[in-house]
Design a protein around this ligand. Structure first.
Ligand SMILES: Nc1ncnc2c1ncn2[C@@H]1O[C@H](COP(=O)(O)OP(=O)(O)O)[C@@H](O)[C@H]1O
Ligand SMILES: [Mg+2]
Length: 255
């Protein structure tokens, strides 16, 4: 489509912690890089947690200690014939410059950079960093506190920052995460209507609540779900409807 190479900047962003920012950054980065053949880089700007940086060394150790996963990893890396994606740590207020610098010196053409940004608006430079994204994805859960802070903040982003035209933001997308299959609370309907009235875009795919997210791979498990060094197992992806989410995600970002 594009003759000139454009690197797409993406953030999973939310005001509330614990809704899935780092998890989705990892799942999408790993799927794009290890399964779909794109070149990915990740900036972990969620100071002082820096959970993604820590995750990579844990994930590597876990693979090396498990014979089955070690074979899987070997197969994966010989098939894709490239290294694991880099995860770099940087403060939010200058993370855009750091990413640009990285792209300028990278020997490979990078297709997507994911930014794991801090949740609080009080973090210096957070709004500037958000304004530098092309696409923002915001997980929401059926929780009044999450919804209130998310709707207010997203509307502000959309109406104030995007309309000023001084940003790179092309789309802001909300999506339901941790949806309990058995529960048919009227909350979803009410919030869906509210989002529509506010002119916010809600993704069609919903991610189910699943134990998979909470479990680290066990010592002798044969599959991987959330890992920074391997792509998520296909069956596990389907079970929580992550496969549908990824299709919709790819349509939105138009690589
Ligand atoms: N769909 C889901 N089902 C069950 N647990 C989930 C789901 N999505 C995220 N989680 C869990 O929620 C917790 C917080 O996720 P995390 O990505 O660390 O949030 P954040 O980066 O926004 O603070 C993690 O333990 C993660 O495994
Ligand atoms: Mg996090």
């Amino acid at each position: 489509m594009n003759s000139k190479h454009k690197t797409v900047f993406i953030a999973f962003s939310s005001q509330k912690g614990g809704v899935g920012k780092s998890t989705f950054t990892t799942l999408l980065a790993s799927t794009l890089h290890y399964r779909l053949g794109y070149n990915v880089a990740v900036f972990d700007a969620d100071f002082p947690q820096h959970s993604l940086m820590k995750m990579k060394s844990r994930d590597l150790a876990m693979v090396m200690e498990n014979e089955h996963l070690k074979k899987l990893a070997y197969k994966q890396f010989t098939t894709i014939n490239k290294k694991a994606y880099p995860i770099m740590q940087h403060k939010a207020d200058s993370v855009l410059e750091a990413a640009q610098e990285f792209l300028n010196t990278s020997p490979v053409a990078v297709d997507v950079v994911f930014f794991d940004l801090p949740g609080t608006v009080n973090t210096p430079g957070i709004l500037k960093a958000l304004a530098g994204m092309h696409h923002i994805f915001t997980p929401i859960t059926a929780d009044r506190v999450v919804m209130e802070s998310t709707l207010i903040f997203t509307q502000l982003l959309q109406d104030v920052i995007m309309k000023k035209g001084e940003t790179s933001i092309e789309t802001i997308n909300l999506f339901w995460n941790q949806v309990d299959g058995r529960e048919s609370t009227p909350l979803y309907e009410i919030y869906n209507q509210l989002m529509e009235q506010l002119g916010l875009s809600l993704m069609q795919s919903q991610i189910k609540n699943s134990n998979r997210f909470r479990k680290e791979s066990e010592e002798n498990s044969k599959t991987v779900f959330r890992s920074t060094v391997m792509s998520p197992d296909e069956r596990l992806m389907k079970a929580c409807q992550l496969d549908q989410f990824i299709n919709e995600f790819l349509k939105i970002i138009q690589l």
